[in-house]
Design a binder for this molecule. Structure first.
Ligand SMILES: NC(=O)C1=CN([C@@H]2O[C@H](COP(=O)(O)OP(=O)(O)OC[C@H]3O[C@@H](n4cnc5c(N)ncnc54)[C@H](O)[C@@H]3O)[C@@H](O)[C@H]2O)C=CC1
Ligand SMILES: CC(=O)C(=O)O
Ligand SMILES: [Mg+2]
Length: 556
């Protein structure tokens, strides 16, 4: 990996410089820098390396008792000294990801206004809809390359969190940097404040968002449109990630803007890519193909439909017709199995509805439960993306296992409090036969003297690599081919798939390696550069949390 050690010329000095989290080094500034940048006296006289500073941070961190406190502490460090923050996080990645990301980030979103410390990102509220250009121009970062934007309506499985959604935009971008090497100087979290329907927030005197019911319909659509156009004007080549939009908006927004700027929806496409990568690896491990599986989903929303369509695409690559592939995928939602006679289906659900003709157990039945679906379909794969905890009951899991000796069971809902079943229970109910992957992190399960690792099938294995791949290739669009390449790259790195271990996914500590491999495949699928040039561009774009030497740009 190449890393530039050239001094950086900066036009900032004194207290202002210390207040810039991207440049601040605290006691890490050298004697020369303290002289040149007017810092003498503004920091304690000791000179410390980043490693020495980290010892202090680790000692302070060790005193904290609750995960939310740890999150606040780390966010504070991020707002004070980003290089030290990423240095610390990178060194303890497996321990810190659950603090800066799921599950703790969910709590941070729920309590966003109460734990608020310092500003980060931009808050674009509906009443300010005519000044979006001005708001974007207020951002001092010149080269924004990756934006994560949410409107806070469906934060993880926690529902409407209003401007608390900013927490997820910040968290995702922290992973772009810690897992995908995107410089924090190039990232920008955004929350679109279109009001909230969360009564608790509306009544909370500390809530800092617009106290108004959510704007909907054409008003909402024109607001989104104004936002997208303003982003294009300010940063025409940016990669925009849509995050945690509610079901009724997620797909329509993606469809409308997919070709208009370089963007993707993480919950639909990122989740589909990581799940498909896991399933391809799991099939390889047992010498099967995806086209031979029968799959049942609980939750036919953005994530469910995204994963289902990706699985269908892959089954078609493996030789099935569209009809044959769709016949193998069953979607159970709030009112039961989705069938072609069910009223009020959304377009994307209609495409995934099972035909009632030809299935005796479906014909003329309404509200077919998950249990009945499992009994009749005899699935080999069960995926939970309902956002509702506990719905994979013992009876359902045991029924599935009765017809499938090695079931693949993925309760993917986040955060931990929303998981469809506890991995330990699934392992027990299946007598250790199930292959389990969850959306939030879980400890390995000990059962009958064996250890069962629980893979974290979360889009965090995918989006940092997509971001790096897009930046390195200069792609103008995130195509289906690029997403499929991401799934393939991930599945090729699966220890279980490669028969080199029993982990379905590489361990979190290897996630930077995973992101680079995904970036390469994604970049190649973008067809803009040769492999050699791409590898160099990936290296060049990969930011490392080390202190650069600063020189004054203008002597004040
Ligand atoms: N592991 C990962 O990487 C990801 C996990 N997720 C998780 O998946 C969950 C769903 O996310 P989205 O699909 O975006 O939300 P969504 O709101 O679009 O879909 C959820 C679906 O579940 C259905 N549902 C609700 N209660 C149900 C019940 N009792 N039985 C059956 N279906 C029920 C809803 O009607 C809806 O169609 C969330 O908890 C989210 O955190 C989402 C994206 C990525
Ligand atoms: C992981 C993620 O994007 C979600 O749960 O919404
Ligand atoms: Mg999400």
């Amino acid at each position: 990996m190449t890393f530039s050690t050239r001094p950086v010329k900066i036009p900032y000095y004194g207290t202002n410089l210390l207040e810039m989290s991207l440049l601040n080094k605290g006691t890490g500034f050298t004697e020369q820098e303290r002289h040149d940048l007017k810092l003498h006296g503004l920091v304690p006289s000791a000179f410390e390396t980043i490693e020495e500073q980290e010892v202090r941070i680790a000692a302070q961190y060790a005193l904290l008792k609750e995960d939310l406190e740890r999150h606040i502490f780390l966010r504070n460090l991020q707002d004070t000294n980003e290089t030290l923050f990423y240095h610390f996080v990178k060194k303890h990645l497996a321990e810190m990801l659950p603090i800066i990301y799921t599950p703790t980030v969910g709590e941070a979103c729920q309590h966003f206004s109460n734990i608020y410390r310092a500003s980060r990102g931009i808050f674009i509220s509906y009443p300010n809809k005519d000044r979006i250009d001005e708001m974007l121009s207020n951002v001092t970062k010149q080269k924004v390359k990756v934006i994560v934007v949410t409107d806070g309506e469906r934060i993880l499985g926690l529902g409407d969190q209003g401007i608390g959604g900013m927490g997820i935009s910040i968290g995702k971008l922290s992973l772009y940097t810690s897992c995908g090497g995107i410089s924090p100087a190039y990232t920008l979290p955004i929350v679109l404040d279109v009001g909230t329907n969360n009564d608790q927030l509306l009544k909370d005197p500390l809530y800092m968002g617009w106290r108004h019911q959510r704007v909907t319909g054409s008003e909402y659509e024109s607001f989104i449109d104004a936002f997208i156009k303003a982003v294009k004007r300010r940063w025409p080549n940016v990669l925009l990630q849509f995050e945690d939009f509610a079901q009724h908006n997620a797909l329509p927004i993606l469809k409308k803007y997919r070709k208009k700027l370089c963007c993707f929806n993480d919950d639909i496409q990122g989740t589909a890519a990581v799940t498909l990568g896991c399933l391809m690896a799991a099939c390889r491990a047992v010498g099967d193909q995806l086209k031979d599986q029968r799959i049942v989903f609980l939750g036919a929303g953005s994530a469910g439909a995204g994963i289902a369509e990706k699985i269908i695409s892959r089954m078609k690559v493996e030789g099935l017709s569209d009809e044959e592939a769709r016949a193998r995928v069953y979607m159970v939602d709030r009112y039961g199995l989705i069938t072609d006679t069910m009223p009020n289906l959304l377009d994307f659900q209609q495409a995934l509805a099972q035909k009632s003709e030809g299935h005796v157990w479906i014909k003329d039945q309404a509200n077919i439960s998950l249990l009945d679906t499992v009994k009749n379909v005899r699935p080999t794969i069960l995926i939970g993306v309902s956002g509702q905890p506990g719905l994979f009951t013992e009876e359902i899991i045991k029924t599935m296992h009765a017809h499938c000796s090695r079931p693949i069971i993925m309760p993917l809902s986040n955060p931990t409090s929303r998981v469809e079943a506890q991995p330990v229970n699934i392992i027990e109910w299946t007598n250790g036969s199930a292959l389990v992957a969850t959306g939030s992190p879980f400890m390995p399960v000990e059962f009958n003297g064996r250890t069962y690792p629980i893979a974290q099938c979360n889009n965090s294995y995918i989006f940092p690599g997509i971001g790096l791949g897009v930046l390195a290739s200069g792609a103008k669009e995130v195509t289906d081919e690029m997403l499929m390449a991401a799934s393939e790259a991930l599945s090729e790195m699966s220890p279980l798939g490669n028969k080199t271990g029993n982990n379905l996914l590489p361990v979190v500590e290897d996630i930077q390696k995973v992101s680079r491999a995904i970036a390469l495949k994604v970049g190649l699928a973008a067809k803009t550069k040769s492999e050699k040039d791409l590898l160099k561009a990936i290296d060049d774009n990969f930011w490392m949390p080390v202190y650069r030497t600063f020189e004054p740009k203008v002597i004040p």
